[in-house]
Write a protein that binds this ligand. Sequence first.
Ligand code: SF4
Length: 268
Amino acid sequence: MTKQQSILGLLPEELTGLVKERHFPAYRAKQILGWIYKKNIFCLLEMPNLPQDFCKALAGFLKVLSLTCVKKHVSAQDKTIKYVFKTEDGNFLESVFIPQKGRFTVCLSSQAGCSFNCAFCASGSRGYKRNLTVAEIINQLLWIKKEHSNNKITNIVFMGMGEPLANYESVLKAIKIFNHPDTLCFGARRITISTCGLAPEISRLIKENLQVELSISLHAANDKLRDKLMPVNKIYPLRDLIAAAREYTKVTHRVVTFEYVLISGINE
Ligand code: SF4
């Protein structure tokens, strides 16, 4: 049996190519994307106004979702909702829906586990499993978007499990899909990539001309302490990181933000 590929991993142009290869009109791809991204319909066979022969032909090798939501936890304090998803190969990842006065932010994971081992982080302590696919990244957002269809998602942040710039290609492609007029048309300026400090990838991001927000997990103001809290600092020390951040601001004219967790007696 042919393995089904997820539509969520495809740019609209790629889906159009597949549709045309099967001798169906190109506009059918746009219709499918409309059902998925605008109407939250995730089954090809449940999309009204599409011919059954077309839906069946595509369902033979394409599907929409690849993650299963296995747990949901609502915070009594601030109504934040944490979702735990399971991948088809048995890995787990988390995403968070954050409601704040008129803003609805979704925090996405980019990897199952993480290899960077920051001292204060639970994801790092569980070890690295693998990079998430583009489809798995987008699946998280669409699932949460459907659950909260009365609230328009206003912001997307890559601050969940994993280091987004260590899964550069997939994260960038997911952003381009979010941004595309045939999907969500989600402005890049409302998308934030949070990094532990991969200076070369920050320099690479500058050249993408994408206008995404960049946030840096700093957590220490000198190399000695940062080496201990965030081992990545031994590879890309503060001098290199700050130079890359300055360059990002200079070229993109975006403000770089810094995250700093205060740990009593350690870094405050
Ligand atoms: S890079 Fe991010 S996810 Fe990975 S260990 Fe550090 S804080 Fe945790």
